[in-house]
Design a protein around this ligand. Structure first.
Ligand SMILES: Cc1cc2nc3c(=O)[nH]c(=O)nc-3n(C[C@H](O)[C@H](O)[C@H](O)COP(=O)(O)OP(=O)(O)OC[C@H]3O[C@@H](n4cnc5c(N)ncnc54)[C@H](O)[C@@H]3O)c2cc1C
Length: 417
């Protein structure tokens, strides 16, 4: 990296050090490129600290259900084993039911001869493992507590110009490619003039960690109500036996007014309300951690690329968390974009042209749109208390539960296969 204090020159500038930005940096490092990743947040927990504390029953409030496809990607970056040996929870079954009817569906890994359906992983463990890997890469520099605050283009007179990004610290970074991995409210997307299509749900997702009276049985549970879905995702406590695996991360989507009320409840009242909403399937809620709430949007950038700029992860598409696919779609973007850049390097092409970057958009847009359309369909199907729709979805769930081929297809899709 060519730097003097205020002028930095790199091949690729990545704005955002969430899971997708860090994974992209790791996937691109080692190809002879100079890469700078700038993240607005603090560095976060180190991998060694996380590993030392993994046996303690304190879990990150934010978790992700990683699919087998994401697992394979993290294996290719050589960090999956580190994550798996620290603290992750495989889930072997899924129980999904309609809280306002009689329909239900039960998936098991055995139905498709797999070991598990996926893994619940704490976000800060994934971040810590990616950070450790990224810090060891040559040609890759990480800068925390700084952010992109302005974007200009330098006219080189060639078909492909260069981007000049001003950082909050005052430095100007000149790059051939600026990647916006800066999350749902992406500054790069907004300043880069990317158009979006968005739907506000008027819903909030409440997340926290709870301890239940009964063990979670390594099962992901989801109850659908017309006010939104409630998920209990199993967490693994190393050293505890199966009967003591009683920690779950919950994601409770509610209409905003209802969510505001739930957020202000004291712990005892919250636990009781949550237990009742979950029909006490795992008994009483005995403990609960601090609660966070997130407004729910579905948002999709019309284009993911321009000359010298690309968007990945939530910057390109923010999806309802009901199927837990956000990080998985972001990792799939990263795989596609890094492959397109490596292929262009191999052919001696300029990887930052619109023509080359469009290959990434073509590989990802249809899949992301398909997932968003499916979430929208689910949202309308389960978000209605209309009698005809209630009958339809309950009949549909019962039929699907009794049709092995349909179930196998649903399971494989949920696993990202
Ligand atoms: C309640 C809830 C539950 C979820 N559950 C799941 C799940 O089970 N499975 C799943 O796959 N997904 C889940 N998701 C979605 C998932 O969390 C997101 O898809 C994922 O975090 C997106 O990663 P990202 O790296 O694209 O963005 P982010 O994680 O948002 O990271 C963006 C980063 O950019 C930085 N940044 C912001 N602005 C700038 C700037 N101008 N310059 C530099 N840096 C900047 C921020 O500090 C941040 O570190 C859930 C989401 C919610 C809200």
């Amino acid at each position: 990296m060519n730097t003097n204090t205020q002028q930095i020159q790199v091949d690729i500038l990545i704005a955002g050090g969430g899971p997708t930005g860090l994974a992209l940096a790791c996937a691109l490092a080692g190809n002879g490129l100079d890469i700078l990743l700038v993240d607005a947040g603090k560095e976060g927990i180190s991998f060694n600290t996380f590993a030392a504390q993994a046996g303690q029953p304190h879990f990150d409030t934010r978790v992700s259900a990683l699919t087998v496809t994401s697992q394979q990607f993290l294996e290719s970056l050589d960090i999956w084993n580190k994550i798996a040996n620290t603290r992750i929870c495989p889930y072997h079954e899924m129980q999904v039911w309609d809280g306002e009817g009689t329909g239900s569906i039960h998936f098991t890994a055995a139905e498709i001869h797999a070991d598990c359906l996926g893994h619940i992983v704490e976000n800060n463990l994934v971040a810590a493992a990616l950070m450790q890997r990224a810090s060891a890469q040559s040609g890759l520099t990480l800068k925390h507590e700084d952010q992109v605050t302005r974007i200009d283009f330098e006219d080189t007179g060639k078909p492909s110009a260069r981007v000049v990004a001003r950082l909050a610290s005052g430095a100007d970074v000149t790059a051939r490619l600026l990647v916006g991995a800066d999350g749902a409210n992406s500054f790069v997307r907004q300043q880069g003039g990317f158009n979006t299509r968005e739907w506000e749900y008027g819903h909030q997702a409440i997340v926290t960690t709870v301890k239940t009276a009964l063990p979670h049985q390594f099962t992901a549970w989801q109850r659908f109500m017309h006010t939104g879905p409630l998920a209990f995702l199993p967490l693994y406590l190393p050293g505890a036996d199966a009967a003591d695996q009683r920690y779950c991360s919950i994601v409770w989507s509610c209409v905003t007014e209802g969510a505001d009320g739930i957020m202000t409840l004291d712990d005892a009242a919250f636990r009781h309300r949550l237990g009742a909403a979950f029909e006490f399937r795992l008994g009483e809620i005995q403990e609960s951690d601090k609660r966070l709430s997130f407004p729910l949007w579905q948002r999709h950038a019309t284009d993911y690329v321009q000359a010298n700029m690309a968007l990945v992860g939530d910057a390109a598409h923010t999806i309802h968390p009901l199927a837990g696919q956000g990080v998985n779609l972001g990792f799939a973007d990263v795989q596609a974009l890094s492959a397109v850049i490596r292929e262009a390097l191999g052919r001696g092409e300029d990887f930052a042209t619109h023509q080359v970057l469009s290959r990434y958009q073509r590989r990802r847009k249809a899949a992301n749109l398909g997932m968003m359309a499916a979430m929208e369909g689910f949202k309308h199907l389960f978000g209605s208390d209309d009698l005809a729709l209630t009958w339809l979805r309950n009949a549909g769930l019962r039929l699907a539960d009794q049709a092995p081929l349909v179930k196998q297809r649903l399971i494989r899709q949920a696993m990202g296969l």
